[in-house]
Design a binder for this molecule. Sequence first.
Ligand code: FRU
Length: 464
Amino acid sequence: MSNALQRDLVRLVRRIEQEDGPRAAADPFRQNFHLMPPVGWMNDPNGLCRCGEWYHVFYQYGPFDPTGGVKMWGHYRSRDLLHWEQLPTMLYPDQPWDIHGVYSGSALVEDGTMYLYYTGNVKFAGDYDYITTGRGHNTALAVSRDGVTVESNELLMENKDYPSDLTCHVRDPKVWAQDGKYYMVLGARTKEDRGELLVYESEDKRHWTHINTLTTPEKFGYMWECPDLFCLDGQWFLQCSPQGVEQQGNRFQNVYTCGYFPLYGDFRGEYTLGNFQEMDSGFDFYAPQTFVDGDRRLLLGWMGMPDAPYTNPTVEQGWQHCMTVPCVLRRDGDRLLRMPAPEIDALRGKHVAPEDARVFDMVCRTQSKGRLVIRGSAVIEWDEGLLRLTIDGGGAGRTVRCADVRTVQTLRVLADASSLEIFVNGGEQVLSTRYYPAPYMHGVTVFGAETEIWEMGALQITEK
Ligand code: FRU
């Protein structure tokens, strides 16, 4: 694509950020310790990686429209997960294979070079259903040596290269290196409306061979978005965001779900998938991605939900959505535990009394039964086997979510200006949600728990 188009897009995005940025920044619902789009729309985390001394967080960015629009890859980087640089947009829809959106993908880092694999979205004009016809989902590779600018971009695979029993929906490559080879998983929707994962192998990062397909014996949703496949402490996990899974009791209460299957055997050959575990029981958690950072595996998720019936009042201020805090994953048998990365503790300021708390980190010790009322707006109640989150005012459509839990012994609540992340029993269950209490409302009422509460500081974000 011509350099002129690239230059125009760069100028346009800068201009909208300069013009609309101050209005977004002045919104009282703006978060303190979560990454948000400078303006416009944010969804999935993309290309999460550690490259040299930098952590990179790319994300689905729609700067022109707080309700979505054409996606590109926004970019933040940090050395410590606390001080962040807001960098120029990394990938623009400027190639014939991504003209209607640079969709989600991942980063492979090798010898200091970043290989960004993504899905280029193309929508053909005409009378199409955009499921079985009318859409191109192309797998592409952009390469960056400095981690800030892209020096090449190439098309690797298009729909005709994928298995013939699939619809046009094949996307969100996650790539890693293993045993001297490269592996890629892609989420797919079959013509029979089943969700599955394609496994590809490559010797050179550019030519890919389909070697296996991972799915469940019984249909589990019609599409598996944003796949991830990793081994943690000796156990493999297939993580994905399935669409089309019906609610079952307190499970799968959101329009789309998100979780993981333990995978036994070999993802390249014979395998079985264990029971699917939902990763979050709140209103707003989707499309998480993990990456390796030394001897730990970190995860960031999108604190949002596509096609949800509830809304976010921030749209009126020209922005919408944010990321979760970065979390560390740990293995407990076939389960994953998720807790905030310890770096976040550095944002704790002085202790605050419950009645004064507004933006805070709270640790609770409890026995079987208790209740917290946060800023007069969110009620967290637990009893043997059940935890209930009720947004009672300021939910912008959010009402109640329940989680089946073991006896609640500990709770950690991260409360930002417009979100709650509730970690139960060291991360056995998590509930993430946005909420919009009146900015002057503060205070936590506590029943049945011993609490310690810290005021939370803010991430430092500088524009580069
Ligand atoms: C998940 C998702 C991905 C896609 C991206 C587009 O939220 O639908 O499957 O790549 O968002 O923004």
